[in-house]
Design a protein around this ligand. Structure first.
Ligand code: ATP
Length: 362
């Protein structure tokens, strides 16, 4: 369980996180959604003890990260898929982490298997695609078999199979009773994977709710009708306005009417009464994207510093000895990188690296 209470973080004159309170509960995939500069990375850093709050608390299983005796067994994080040394093999990287945290080496093989890197575990990470590095980052997060997992943009750089795999993995981890917290700027991705959402804007909490509730509360289903007689139908529909009930009618770019406050049956009846011919009539469900835009409207910061700061924010997930990564912001590319995680070996990448860490840990 992750607990955030009245959390505030100021950097000079900038309030990155502003009196934020929310819970991330076990057994759910909770999405952490917000526009650039909303305070997501800062919140995650505070949860993971990588920064200190100005005030308030950010707790893992009821304790500050820095007070946890075996943090790797309680929370695992993917903050930067490129955090492994490029000259090391995936296996060597994970063995070094296991050794540093006193975890059994069998966990290395287990997590390599879980993320599908067993066959390429001896290859240098420098030759890995972005998607393979994401998998390695997830393997590192899973190493201590923690009850809480924090994933920052885990699907970036993955091909469609990789994306499906990550979704399945997050679902399975939650179904096992773990706490899964996943940040993303991809609203459509959240809709696919999260069953709860924490939405932030301008450092403040905008919403915390089950996904379905959030969409229901903040977005509006519309009825769309195509008719050659839009004026007659619109007039008839507007007549249905009554105290406590509002029917909004807008004309779309190709002449269609988009109606809020009246369903297809009612619109069909109104068309009949108005003598308007109907060529198409359907209900259009609002997407999370629409709900999200509505929720965060007006909260977007105009600080040009956002992306630069985020890079430093993403670096070095402390406990896995991250080196800042050679690709600090690559995962923000939203689908850039086109991974080929198909086991194909490029000639230049065939070398096998087993370094000191492996030797020492045998
Ligand atoms: N170390 C820092 N020094 C100064 N300002 C910072 C620092 N870290 C974050 N900020 C500022 O705090 C605000 C929140 O940044 P943060 O990176 O947490 O947002 P975010 O939601 O993760 O955005 P993104 O998706 O772009 O990473 C931004 O205005 C950012 O410029």
């Amino acid at each position: 369980m992750l607990t955030v209470r009245e959390l505030t973080k100021r950097y000079g004159g900038t309030t990155a996180v502003d009196d934020l309170t929310f819970d991330v509960r076990p057994g759910h995939v909770t999405g952490f959604l917000g526009p650039n500069g909303a305070g997501k990375s800062t919140t995650i850093r505070l949860l993971l003890g990588l920064d200190r709050p100005t005030s308030g608390r950010a707790l893992v299983n009821g304790r500050r990260y820095t007070d946890l005796t075996r943090p790797e067994r309680e929370v695992g994080a993917l903050l930067d898929g490129g955090a492994a040394h490029p000259g090391r093999s995936a296996r060597a990287h994970l063995l070094a982490l296991a050794r540093a945290t006193g975890l059994p080496r069998r966990r290395v093989d287990e997590v390599l298997g879980t993320v599908g890197l067993t066959d390429v575990a001896g290859r240098r990470v420098g030759g890995y695609s972005l998607g393979m590095r994401q998998r390695l980052g997830i393997a590192a997060a899973l190493l201590g078999d923690p009850g809480c997992l924090v994933f920052d943009e885990p699907v970036n750089g993955l091909d469609i199979d990789g994306v499906r795999w990550v979704r399945r993995l997050m679902r399975d981890l939650a179904d096992e009773g773990r706490t899964v917290f996943v940040s993303s700027h991809l609203m459509t991705e959240m809709q696919q994977v999260a069953d709860r959402l924490v939405v932030v804007g301008g450092g403040r909490l905008v919403a915390e709710a089950p996904m379905a509730e959030l969409i229901e509360a903040w977005s509006h289903a519309r009825t769309v009708v195509r008719t050659p007689d839009p004026a007659a139908l619109a007039a008839r529909l507007r007549d249905r306005d009554a105290p406590g009930r509002r029917v909004d009618v807008e004309q779309g770019p190709s002449g269609e009417l988009r109606i809020r406050g009246a369903g297809p049956e009612e619109v069909g009846d109104a068309a009949h009464l108005a003598g308007a011919r109907v060529h198409a009539l359907y209900r259009e469900e609002a997407s999370l994207e629409e709900a999200y835009l509505e929720l965060t409207e007006g909260t977007v910061r105009h600080a040009a510093s956002g992306s630069g700061v985020s890079q430093s924010a993403d670096a070095a997930p402390g406990r896995d000895g991250g080196d800042g990564g050679e690709n600090g912001d690559a995962r923000r590319g939203g689908g850039r990188g086109g991974e080929r995680h198909d086991g194909r070996r490029d000639g230049a990448e065939k070398d096998t690296v087993e370094n000191d860490a492996v030797e020492e840990y045998r």
